[in-house]
Structures are given as structure tokens and as C-alpha cells.
Design a protein around this ligand. Sequence first.
Ligand SMILES: Cc1ncc(COP(=O)(O)O)c(C=O)c1O
Length: 466
Amino acid sequence: MHRPDEQFATSPNCATGDIFDLAADLARRLIARDGAIVPLPDPRRVEQALHLAPPALGQPLETVAEHLWRLLECTPSTAGPRYFNQLFAGRDDAAILGEILAAVSNNSMYTFKAAGAQILAERALIKHMGAKVGWTTCEGAFTPGGSMSNLAAMLVARDNALPDARERGLDGRPIAIYTSAESHYSIKKNTAILGMGRQTVRAIPADNEGRMRTDALAEAIAHDKAAGVTPVLIVATAGTTVQGAFDPIREIAGVARDHGVWLHVDGAFGGTLLLSRHRRHRLDGCELADSFTWDAHKMMGIPLTCSVALFRDPTLLQRSLDESASYLFQRDDDAYNPGLRSLQCGRRNDALKLWTAWQHHGDEGYEQRVERQFALAAHAVGIIEADPALTLVRRPQSINVCFAVAGVDARPLCNQLDHDGLIKVSHGEVDGKPIVRLVCANPALTEPDIDAFFAEIRAAAVRIRG
Ligand SMILES: Cc1ncc(COP(=O)(O)O)c(C=O)c1O
């Protein structure tokens, strides 16, 4: 009989081989059901059935593992051939290895004292990624996602434009932030978090390819300046969330330079194109930016979350974020104490999984990965163009393929496919009309998987049309 008071007493090293056997068994079972048709369960019924509240008395790990399995069974697979929903998909063995070891090692990434060489691996990644952006100097921070990387960049931009804002707040000064109408919602959300106000965001119209219009941007800044409003930053997007569009960064950088405004590139999605010699031209001019968001948990396939905020000037991030805390920062080696440049205090090691994966794939492997994602998207485009019932609403600039189905609203179509467990795919809007957004993020999928996706789309459309 398992006695709760025994569970901590058995060994000082809890991560024994038994745990890995249990984990391997669960992981294999999980992987085996990647392609299964799992109708969307009713959350209330699942909640009742699973008895999820923590118990008063502990249970043996084998019992917990079975309980855990029942939970996993009611969880969508993001690595199977039915998943096209978000900007990430698939699994990466090497990254999972790093992720497991980050949990076992359990170091907090604030100081060299606390995390040792893990800090150095993280620094090596930041340097490498900064070099891919095109910078010779760079500083950066791993954050819990692209939204937070954008937040860090917007904070530093705020302090750059308004040097006393960190101490005194904004004092009601009129300011403005410029981003395309197609940019990610985190830009607006972050202005509120930073006390800058959502109304400061100028949604610059996009052209008919979903790219920010530089003429409209220049006009908006000139108009604001004439009215006494201080421009704080411009956010260009490299890979918009719905259309996968790339704003013309070099042109936008020209406007930023002319007006002395900070330029941030949100490359959360499309930053990974920097790893492909054939695709990086989409980000032409990104080396002129002041900051850059890059999510490795999207196109690079690193387990969630893994995002980096990068800065061209290595001094500014720390200027905006450091606090003295003698109980934590106990050595003067600031370069090796990333806690001084972090939005967080205690911080999990998101770098190790990326470091492990990059060691395994190399730059070359990532280039091939990007090419494979694009090849799948091109295959999807071919299918759409050959079918009169399907319309490609935009020529893809990335791995997002946005299309419409004749006579069927994309919203009920996607919802029905999800409800029946056949396909998870999102709908979005282009030019104010609903579209299906197919994201070819999983390079392990095959052309027949894409064919099967469209077969499901056509069959569901027939069912909906009646
Ligand atoms: C362009 C862009 N920026 C930022 C984000 C936010 O990233 P995260 O979900 O990692 O917070 C997304 C997410 O889809 C995105 O598409």
C-alpha cells in the first residue's frame, strides 16, 4: 500500500528510470493516436468524467499515470495529419530531449550562479539568432511567447522615446504606435499593459497583398507629429497571423529613420525564413530594425513556448528592466545574469530545447525544414487552383494558404470538421470575408496528407450544402 509520507523519503533523486519508463509508455500511446478521429468532446462532460481536483491523499505514480492518460486522451493531437489549426504543429525529437532535461535539471535562468552553463547555451542562441537578423552586436531575452517578446520590445521602445517613462509613467503625454491593420493582437494588448493606452495604436491599412502601406504609414506619422503627438514605435510584421504577409521592412525602416522612430519587427511567425537562403529576402532590411521577435515554437517546431526578443543595441534591454536585488544578483557578472534583462524573475529554461534541436539539425536542417513547409503549401495551392469550387484568396507569401469554398461559409465549415474530429483548421478573415486558413507548419506531413485534407473539406462542404 502506498503511504504518502514515503513518497519524498525514498530517494533524494526523484527522477528515476521508472519515471522515464512511465513517460515513454504514455508518450508512445499519445503518438500512436496522432491520426485518430477524435470528435470534439463537451468540456463540461469531460470535466465531470475526469475527476480533476487534487485529492487529499496521494496515489502511486502508476495510478496517476492512468489518470493522466485519460486526460491526454481528451486532448487534441497537434502532430497528426488532421491538425492545421495554428502556426505550429508536429514534434521534434531533439527538442523534446532538451525539454525533458530542462525539467529534470530544473534551473532557473536568472543567474549564472543558479543555472551555470545553461546560461551560456542561451547566450549562444541569442548571438546566433541576432547574427541571422543581420546584426553584429545584439542582446536578447527568451520570453514565454511572441506576445511577451513584443511586450519587451515595446517597453524598450517606450523608454527610448520617453526616457523618463520608466520612473514617472506617461503623464498623459500624447503618443502613437504604428502597426498594420493585419498585425497580431498582442500589439494592441501590450499598449494597455504598458500603460500607453490602446487608443494610441494607429492601424495602418494594408495593400492588396496584406502588407503595411508605407505611404499611409508616413502620412500618419507626419499627421501625428504636426498635432504634437510623439511617435513611440513602428511595428512591422514579418509573417502576419492570417495571411502570412511580410511588411516591406526596408521601406518601413526608411520611414522610421526619417522620423527618428524605433522600428520593431514582429517576426514571431516569419522570422524563421531568415534560416532559408531562398526565403530570407522576404525580410529584406530587417537588419535596420531596432528589435525583433522570433518564435522558435512556430515554424521551427520547438515545443511551446520558445520565443526570443532580440535587440540591436546590447545596452537597452537591461536599461529598461534591471532592478537591484541583493538576494538574487550576487555577482557582478551582469553579462551572465540574464535576470537583469528579463520580464520574469524565476524563469524556466526554454533555451535548452532549442539549443539541443539546433545542435541536431544545424542551420542546414532548418533551411530544409522551411523548404519542406513551403513545398506542402505549394502543393495545397496547386490543388486549390485545379478545383473550380475552391478559390485562393491570396497568393501565399508564407506557409499560410487562405482559401474560400464556393457556396459555403468558412466558419461553419471549420467548426463542423472540428466537431466531427476530422480536421482542426482555423477560419479567418481576408477583405472582411471568412476564409479557411490552412497552415503547413508540420514538415513531417506528406502530399497525400494535404490531399486528404482537401477531400475532407470537399466532403464537409457537400454535407453543409445539403
Ligand atoms: C505575427 C504574430 N505575432 C505574435 C504572435 C504571438 O505569439 P505567441 O502566441 O507566442 O504569444 C503571433 C501568434 O500567432 C503572431 O502570429
